[in-house]
Ligand binder design. Sequence first.
Ligand code: TXA
Ligand code: MG
Length: 337
Amino acid sequence: MPAEVLPTHTPVLFAAAIQRAAELLRAGEVVALPTETVYGLAANALDAAAVAQIYEAKGRPAHNPIIVHVASVEMAQRCVADWPATADKLAGAFWPGPLTLVLRRAKEIPEIVTAGGPTVGVRWPSHSFIQAVIRDCGFPLAAPSANVSTRLSPTSADHVHKQLGEKIRLIVDGGQSQVGIESTVVDLTTEPPTVLRPGMIHEESLIAVTGDLVSSQRKMRHGWEALRSPGLMEKHYAPTAKLVLLNWRDSTDLRHQLSTLNSQLSTCHVVAHTNIPSGESFARVSVIPHDAEAFARAIYAELHRCDEAGADLIVVEALPDAPEWRAIADRLRRAAA
Ligand code: TXA
Ligand code: MG
């Protein structure tokens, strides 16, 4: 039986969906829920058997830990062994919102959530629906992005349905994700803190609060240590089609560059923000505004659309090198890997 999809666009529907989602979560089942970043596949974070079903539905490798979602600072504090002053500052500045804090885990958090590791990632999402469900349940929710492992994250209920519709019972439709890419992940067990995954809360904003910070990419380049976030090592965030990032001056220049890549222009989809090529030779040319927030919000839906249209090649116009674009560039680099 394909998943039931519950809408939430009126107060009555919203309340009914909370009831249904909380009922399934209390019974130890997994449910797909909207968040402001991407849709999540949620289960009771305190119930190891429930969390095991998340790994199963996604085909997620057991070594990849799962973020725990809370609906208050107190709830986050119950998930961790200690709550340093930096956690308080970052939570004060950015929660609820697209920021995950990695801290030493409390004993109550089962090992399956942390993939056996000593730390747990916690996040207080800003989407009102998941907040209401967490409050109704009274327990935190373990939730990775609601996609098949390594595939593109979902930013709509429809994206979830296409990937996981046959594997889960309920998808709650909370509209299109506001942020559109996954949260920034910051490890607070290092001194200074380490950015494990860039996100729309970028390093400059974090440094304004924490004073000092290192990014794991920088660490890797300097060979200081292996990346500490296992999920980030793998091929990730990938559409089915091949993806390349290119700069071009005009349509002729783009066609010329593509001819050297040996690709069929008729199955090539172009995503542009500044130099918009004329559409006649390509399967489609889409335009996303030259604005980092708008671009982040739209890019995954655009890539999902390209896959559905049977694109062989997706060409994305290279992004500006500025702090607010870096997380999007990171995702597209991984998608192109
Ligand atoms: O925005 C988000 O973070 C979304 C929504 C649903 O909240 N969730 C999400 O989860 O993107 P997921 O599982 O797709 O990505 C979480 C990333 C993984 O790369 C994982 O390895 C890392 O965070 N992570 C989770 N817990 C960690 C921990 N204790 N230590 C280091 N990395 C951790
Ligand atoms: Mg994911």
